[in-house]
Write a protein that binds this ligand. Structure first.
Ligand code: MN
Length: 487
């Protein structure tokens, strides 16, 4: 499990006894967090008394590959000039925990010794000033450290920090390139690596075909057993399903060999493949592999990152596409789907394997999973390239069960309502430049995406129950202006 370093601030004026107590208290708090958080380890570093010691702590955090972030807390006053040099070098996400070792004031016994030791109200303000002065984007969490609400916020910080950490070494494969002439799915791959760490590379579809050629009948038999255990076989065209099994085995071999966490394909470049990968991709997505169709590497990478962020939580996270609407006035809903590749993590029941023609790409009928989607509160997240920066758009949505059966629709489908209402939510998304591809999650919330945006210094536009269009348009103008001032 990855870890957060717990850094206790003080100074060398208090004398050995007070400093020893400060360290003892801080170590006890770190141990409590370590035992209580569950999704990250917490390890305390020796109490910081000087600028040199502060530097050592930050270098320790920066250079430890298991460390995904730091928690800072000032037990006593800690003059903040001693933190400048250290903080200028911090390159891990920071949580400033504004708390105390003691929950209640000991009214009967409180004296100046107690006040000198327990003065976070004082020390954390001094520390906060220098973080703000240095322009450090951090998460400030306030409250007694044993409170469940505080623990919840630290856990959430840890999951976002883990996703940032995961992205820094993530490799993404594009089989073929971006779909011809499509704008929103394209992007600056060099900037993606500079900004998020995502290493995105092109591979010829022939590289995958070479892997497909080595798949054996015995391997396909085994994969068919896996499908039979998870899905309902609702087709007689077993040969088409075996073809998808072959693709999945080849894809698994390829991504394992190349250490790939997310990939794209495109129906415009399938030379050597009889079908567009459907079932193969859907089953891989259910295992946490990121995917974006039509060469959409940004959505693919975001998919893998958000799956990491949601690890250990209830709910589903995966790719889908805005497709069509029911525009009945007053009860407008969206139908989201894709040609094939919606992950079965969203399935409300047991998905069916079906084979149907695909009216695009000129290939054989592909096998795919067909299912109705789950209901529940969720978010839709899109990542777009604005030319001089990336923008995340995060909309709150309410997933609903399908309004009626759709017996002739040969693809998996989700339905949802927009917030604050259909007209405002859809217009806001379009004003913000959100794509038709998104990662949808019922495990994550806007706050998770807000943290991720903060930690990666990525622009964020939120669409929720409070969104109002005129204010949003002004916000978008301000973001354009800010982006020009930043560079
Ligand atoms: Mn698409």
């Amino acid at each position: 499990m990855k870890k957060l370093y717990f850094i206790i601030g003080s100074q060398d004026l208090y004398g050995a006894k007070t400093l020893a107590q400060a360290e003892k208290d801080g170590f006890a708090m770190a141990a409590y967090l370590n035992d209580s958080l569950g999704n990250v380890q917490v390890e305390a570093l020796p109490v910081v008394q000087t600028a040199a010691e502060a530097r050592v702590c930050i270098v320790t955090a920066n250079t430890d590959p298991d460390c995904i972030g730091v928690i800072l807390w000032m037990h006593t006053f800690s003059p903040a000039k001693m933190w400048i040099g250290a903080l200028q070098n911090l390159d891990k996400p920071m949580l400033h925990l504004h708390t105390q070792y003691n929950e209640k004031l000991p009214y009967d016994t409180i004296d100046m010794d107690f006040m000198n030791l327990n003065q976070s109200a004082h020390g954390d303000r001094e520390f906060g000033f220098i973080c703000t002065r240095l322009g450090i984007r951090r998460e400030v969490v306030v409250g007694y450290y044993k409170n469940e609400a505080v623990l919840h916020r630290i856990r959430r910080f840890a999951s976002a920090a883990a996703a940032v950490d995961f992205g820094k070494t993530m490799r993404v494969a594009m089989f073929g390139n971006n779909m011809r002439d499509v704008a929103v799915t394209d992007g600056d791959r060099v900037e993606s690596e500079i900004h998020f760490g995502w290493n995105v590379n092109y591979y010829g579809i022939g590289d995958l075909c070479s892997c497909i050629d080595t798949v054996t009948e015995a391997q396909i038999d085994k994969k068919m057993q896996e499908y039979a255990g998870k899905y309902e076989m609702a087709t007689d065209n077993i040969a088409a399903v075996r073809e998808q099994a072959k693709y999945e085995i080849a894809l698994e071999a390829f991504i394992t060999r190349e250490k790939i966490a997310a990939f794209t394909d495109t129906f415009q470049d399938l030379h050597g493949l009889k079908q567009l990968p459907g079932l193969a991709v859907q089953n891989l997505m259910a295992k946490g592999i990121g995917f974006g169709p039509e060469g959409d590497y940004k959505t693919s990478a975001l998919n893998a990152v958000l799956v990491q962020m949601a690890k250990g939580r209830e709910g589903a996270t995966g790719f889908t596409e805005d497709y069509t609407y029911d525009l009945t006035e007053g009860s407008e809903v969206e139908l989201a789907a894709h040609m094939l590749e919606v992950p079965p993590v969203f399935a409300a029941g047991k998905p069916k394997i079906e084979v149907h023609p695909l009216g695009i790409g000129g290939k054989e009928d592909p096998a795919r999973l067909v299912f109705d989607g789950i209901a529940g509160e969720g978010i839709a997240v899109s990542l777009v390239d604005m030319g001089n920066r990336f923008r995340l758009i995060c909309a709150e949505i309410e997933l609903i069960r399908p309004c009626a059966p759709m017996p002739n629709l040969p693809t998996a489908r989700l339905m949802w309502k927009l917030k604050p209402d259909f007209a405002t939510g859809a217009a806001a998304w379009i004003y913000a430049g959100g794509a038709h591809h998104a990662v949808v999650s019922t495990a994550l919330t806007v706050d998770d995406i807000r943290l991720y945006a903060k930690m990666t210094d990525t622009e964020l536009v939120v669409i929720d129950s409070r969104t109002e269009l005129h204010t949003l348009e002004r916000e978008l103008e301000m973001l354009d202006l800010m982006s020009q001032l930043k560079k």
